[in-house]
Write a protein that binds this ligand. Sequence first.
Ligand SMILES: Nc1nc2[nH]cc(C(=O)O)c2c(=O)[nH]1
Ligand code: SF4
Ligand SMILES: [Mg+2]
Length: 247
Amino acid sequence: MTAMTGSSAQAGVDREFWLIVSEVFGDTKPTFQGEGPSTGVPALFIRLAQCNLTCSWCDTKYTWDWKRYDIAKETHRRSVEELIAWALAYDVELVVISGGEPLLQQRALVRLVRGLREGGKRVEFETNGTVLPDSSLLVDGVHFNVSPKLANSGVAEAKRIVPAALEAFASSGRAVFKFVTRSVAELDEIQQLVDDYGLAPVYVMPEGTTPEGLIETTRVLADAVAARRWHFTQRLHVLAFAEARGR
Ligand SMILES: Nc1nc2[nH]cc(C(=O)O)c2c(=O)[nH]1
Ligand code: SF4
Ligand SMILES: [Mg+2]
């Protein structure tokens, strides 16, 4: 026995080699990256459980809302090795790591990303931009779709806006900033964040979990987004597959 035994040392090892996963998809029912600059690119998805925010309109509450969902049913402990082997079994270059908030499990992600890169994969993270990224994740072949949350999320500003994290992503050269938006008025709120933290490039994405809702909000937003010379992104998986989980 050494001083490195006991539950906290064990937890440290766990955090390096294991991930708490919500679901993986894109294998048996192939899909595309549905959002952001790689929209339409074939992709595998690893969705991690747990989030540090509680957005009212969150479409993946089954990753964190244990009042509504059963944590025992919705979460699975998977080894980093197992996840790498799963991804490498498919001839799909892009692996999207989403959540929940994936960067809450950053120590194991460093190993996961290394294995995926060594296997020839490209990696995109979907993150809420509140967790400072480890420098070993800011490497060739790894990109971040950073989605800072607006007041429409219902989350307190001090929780959803973490200046040091936003600045780190902005200066990384590996991030785009994607804003879930409902109204033209919210574009001023986005502009303020863009100015305060030097965020670029900006992608505006309509909030919605139905094709009808997305189209309606797209019509509301498109002119004003184009006028600011910002990017616009749809949610292709919602248009293509509706609300089907795991697509
Ligand atoms: N096809 C597809 N693309 C996505 N891009 C980001 C997603 C997410 O849930 O973070 C997502 C998703 O759930 N499905
Ligand atoms: S940050 Fe993302 S996963 Fe977390 S509650 Fe908000 S929308 Fe859901
Ligand atoms: Mg989604």
